[in-house]
Ligand binder design. Structure first.
Ligand SMILES: Cc1cc2nc3c(=O)[nH]c(=O)nc-3n(C[C@H](O)[C@H](O)[C@H](O)COP(=O)(O)O)c2cc1C
Length: 171
Protein backbone atom coordinates (compact mmCIF):
# COMPACT_ATOMS: atom_id res chain seq x y z
CA UNK A 1 0.00 0.00 0.00
CA UNK A 2 1.43 3.40 -1.01
CA UNK A 3 0.54 6.53 0.94
CA UNK A 4 1.07 10.16 -0.02
CA UNK A 5 1.03 12.83 2.68
CA UNK A 6 0.53 16.17 1.01
CA UNK A 7 0.69 19.36 3.05
CA UNK A 8 1.43 23.08 3.24
CA UNK A 9 3.35 24.58 6.14
CA UNK A 10 4.48 28.13 6.82
CA UNK A 11 6.62 27.89 9.96
CA UNK A 12 7.25 24.12 9.84
CA UNK A 13 4.69 22.70 12.28
CA UNK A 14 2.52 20.92 9.71
CA UNK A 15 5.69 19.57 8.12
CA UNK A 16 6.85 18.28 11.52
CA UNK A 17 3.45 16.62 12.17
CA UNK A 18 3.42 15.09 8.67
CA UNK A 19 6.87 13.62 9.36
CA UNK A 20 5.82 12.22 12.79
CA UNK A 21 2.72 10.70 11.14
CA UNK A 22 4.73 9.19 8.27
CA UNK A 23 6.75 7.12 10.77
CA UNK A 24 3.57 5.63 12.28
CA UNK A 25 2.04 4.49 8.97
CA UNK A 26 2.49 1.05 7.45
CA UNK A 27 3.75 0.57 3.86
CA UNK A 28 5.62 3.04 1.69
CA UNK A 29 4.98 6.70 2.54
CA UNK A 30 5.92 9.75 0.45
CA UNK A 31 5.74 13.32 1.75
CA UNK A 32 5.14 16.36 -0.44
CA UNK A 33 5.10 20.04 0.55
CA UNK A 34 2.73 21.94 -1.78
CA UNK A 35 4.82 25.09 -1.24
CA UNK A 36 7.71 23.27 -2.99
CA UNK A 37 5.74 22.67 -6.19
CA UNK A 38 2.98 20.72 -7.91
CA UNK A 39 1.72 17.48 -6.39
CA UNK A 40 3.01 14.10 -7.63
CA UNK A 41 0.83 11.77 -9.71
CA UNK A 42 -2.02 10.72 -7.39
CA UNK A 43 -2.82 7.59 -9.39
CA UNK A 44 0.31 5.93 -7.90
CA UNK A 45 -1.16 6.03 -4.37
CA UNK A 46 -3.80 3.94 -2.56
CA UNK A 47 -4.05 6.34 0.37
CA UNK A 48 -3.79 10.13 0.40
CA UNK A 49 -3.48 12.31 3.49
CA UNK A 50 -3.90 16.08 3.20
CA UNK A 51 -2.81 18.52 5.91
CA UNK A 52 -2.48 22.24 6.38
CA UNK A 53 -2.32 24.90 9.04
CA UNK A 54 -4.92 27.49 9.98
CA UNK A 55 -4.27 31.23 9.68
CA UNK A 56 -7.05 33.61 10.72
CA UNK A 57 -9.57 30.78 10.53
CA UNK A 58 -8.58 29.51 7.08
CA UNK A 59 -6.40 26.75 5.69
CA UNK A 60 -3.59 27.68 3.32
CA UNK A 61 -4.65 28.49 -0.25
CA UNK A 62 -2.36 25.80 -1.74
CA UNK A 63 -4.33 23.15 0.19
CA UNK A 64 -7.80 24.34 -0.84
CA UNK A 65 -6.70 24.73 -4.48
CA UNK A 66 -5.19 21.21 -4.45
CA UNK A 67 -8.41 19.76 -3.00
CA UNK A 68 -10.74 21.47 -5.44
CA UNK A 69 -8.56 20.58 -8.46
CA UNK A 70 -8.37 16.88 -7.51
CA UNK A 71 -11.80 16.21 -6.02
CA UNK A 72 -12.81 13.25 -8.17
CA UNK A 73 -9.45 11.45 -7.87
CA UNK A 74 -9.33 12.05 -4.10
CA UNK A 75 -12.83 10.65 -3.53
CA UNK A 76 -11.65 7.22 -4.79
CA UNK A 77 -8.73 7.01 -2.31
CA UNK A 78 -8.56 6.02 1.32
CA UNK A 79 -8.42 9.60 2.51
CA UNK A 80 -7.18 11.33 5.68
CA UNK A 81 -7.51 15.04 6.46
CA UNK A 82 -5.76 16.97 9.20
CA UNK A 83 -5.16 20.50 10.33
CA UNK A 84 -2.61 22.12 12.59
CA UNK A 85 -4.10 24.91 14.65
CA UNK A 86 -3.48 26.51 18.00
CA UNK A 87 -6.99 26.92 19.40
CA UNK A 88 -8.51 23.47 20.15
CA UNK A 89 -11.98 24.81 20.99
CA UNK A 90 -12.32 26.04 17.42
CA UNK A 91 -10.61 23.04 15.86
CA UNK A 92 -13.72 21.17 14.68
CA UNK A 93 -15.24 24.24 13.02
CA UNK A 94 -11.88 25.12 11.45
CA UNK A 95 -11.38 21.54 10.21
CA UNK A 96 -14.87 21.37 8.71
CA UNK A 97 -14.33 24.75 7.04
CA UNK A 98 -10.90 23.80 5.69
CA UNK A 99 -11.88 20.99 3.29
CA UNK A 100 -14.67 20.50 0.71
CA UNK A 101 -17.77 18.72 2.06
CA UNK A 102 -17.40 15.89 -0.53
CA UNK A 103 -13.98 15.04 0.97
CA UNK A 104 -15.10 15.43 4.58
CA UNK A 105 -17.91 12.94 3.82
CA UNK A 106 -15.56 10.30 2.40
CA UNK A 107 -12.65 10.49 4.83
CA UNK A 108 -11.31 7.56 6.89
CA UNK A 109 -9.66 9.87 9.45
CA UNK A 110 -9.89 13.58 10.24
CA UNK A 111 -8.11 15.25 13.10
CA UNK A 112 -6.53 18.33 14.62
CA UNK A 113 -2.84 17.73 15.37
CA UNK A 114 -2.47 20.91 17.44
CA UNK A 115 -0.02 23.68 16.69
CA UNK A 116 2.99 25.73 17.57
CA UNK A 117 3.52 29.46 17.90
CA UNK A 118 7.03 30.35 16.74
CA UNK A 119 7.06 34.02 17.68
CA UNK A 120 10.83 34.12 17.11
CA UNK A 121 10.19 33.25 13.44
CA UNK A 122 7.26 35.68 12.84
CA UNK A 123 7.39 39.04 11.10
CA UNK A 124 5.68 42.14 12.50
CA UNK A 125 2.45 41.54 10.53
CA UNK A 126 2.12 37.97 11.78
CA UNK A 127 2.76 39.00 15.39
CA UNK A 128 0.08 41.70 15.04
CA UNK A 129 -2.43 39.27 13.48
CA UNK A 130 -1.66 36.66 16.17
CA UNK A 131 -2.41 39.24 18.84
CA UNK A 132 -5.75 40.07 17.17
CA UNK A 133 -6.74 36.41 16.65
CA UNK A 134 -5.81 35.41 20.22
CA UNK A 135 -7.81 38.35 21.62
CA UNK A 136 -10.94 37.21 19.76
CA UNK A 137 -10.34 33.58 20.83
CA UNK A 138 -9.74 34.59 24.47
CA UNK A 139 -12.96 36.66 24.48
CA UNK A 140 -15.03 33.71 23.21
CA UNK A 141 -13.15 31.03 25.22
CA UNK A 142 -12.18 32.48 28.61
CA UNK A 143 -10.87 29.06 29.73
CA UNK A 144 -8.02 29.17 27.16
CA UNK A 145 -4.84 30.69 28.66
CA UNK A 146 -3.54 33.88 26.95
CA UNK A 147 -0.49 33.31 24.74
CA UNK A 148 2.79 34.69 26.06
CA UNK A 149 4.20 36.33 22.93
CA UNK A 150 7.73 36.36 24.34
CA UNK A 151 7.94 32.55 24.33
CA UNK A 152 7.68 30.02 21.49
CA UNK A 153 4.95 27.52 22.39
CA UNK A 154 4.38 23.94 21.21
CA UNK A 155 0.99 22.27 21.61
CA UNK A 156 1.26 19.31 19.21
CA UNK A 157 -1.29 16.63 20.19
CA UNK A 158 0.58 13.34 19.77
CA UNK A 159 -2.46 11.22 20.83
CA UNK A 160 -4.40 12.64 17.86
CA UNK A 161 -1.57 11.73 15.48
CA UNK A 162 -1.57 8.18 16.94
CA UNK A 163 -5.37 7.84 16.60
CA UNK A 164 -5.22 9.11 13.02
CA UNK A 165 -2.42 6.68 12.08
CA UNK A 166 -4.37 3.73 13.53
CA UNK A 167 -7.41 4.60 11.42
CA UNK A 168 -5.31 5.01 8.26
CA UNK A 169 -3.50 1.68 8.89
CA UNK A 170 -6.79 -0.28 9.10
CA UNK A 171 -7.52 -2.36 5.95
C1 LIG B 1 -0.78 35.10 12.09
C2 LIG B 1 -1.31 33.82 12.66
C3 LIG B 1 -2.68 33.56 12.65
C4 LIG B 1 -3.18 32.36 13.18
N1 LIG B 1 -4.53 32.12 13.18
C5 LIG B 1 -5.01 30.99 13.76
C6 LIG B 1 -6.42 30.75 13.83
O1 LIG B 1 -7.24 31.51 13.32
N2 LIG B 1 -6.84 29.63 14.46
C7 LIG B 1 -5.98 28.73 15.02
O2 LIG B 1 -6.45 27.76 15.63
N3 LIG B 1 -4.64 28.91 14.94
C8 LIG B 1 -4.14 30.02 14.33
N4 LIG B 1 -2.79 30.21 14.25
C9 LIG B 1 -1.89 29.16 14.73
C10 LIG B 1 -1.29 28.33 13.59
O3 LIG B 1 -2.28 27.54 13.00
C11 LIG B 1 -0.16 27.47 14.19
O4 LIG B 1 0.89 28.35 14.52
C12 LIG B 1 0.35 26.35 13.29
O5 LIG B 1 1.15 25.50 14.08
C13 LIG B 1 1.16 26.85 12.11
O6 LIG B 1 1.59 25.74 11.35
P1 LIG B 1 2.67 25.86 10.16
O7 LIG B 1 3.98 26.24 10.78
O8 LIG B 1 2.71 24.49 9.59
O9 LIG B 1 2.16 26.87 9.18
C14 LIG B 1 -2.28 31.40 13.72
C15 LIG B 1 -0.88 31.66 13.69
C16 LIG B 1 -0.40 32.85 13.17
C17 LIG B 1 1.09 33.10 13.16
Amino acid sequence: MNTLIIFASKHGTTEKCASILSKKLTGKVDLHNLKAGAAPDLTKYDKVIIGGSIYAGRIQKEVSTFCSQNLSLLKDKKLGLFICCMFPNNAETQLNGAFPQELLNSTAAKENFGGEMKFSDMNFGEKFLTKMVSKVIAKNNPEIPQLDMKKDTSMIINENIDKFAQLMNKD
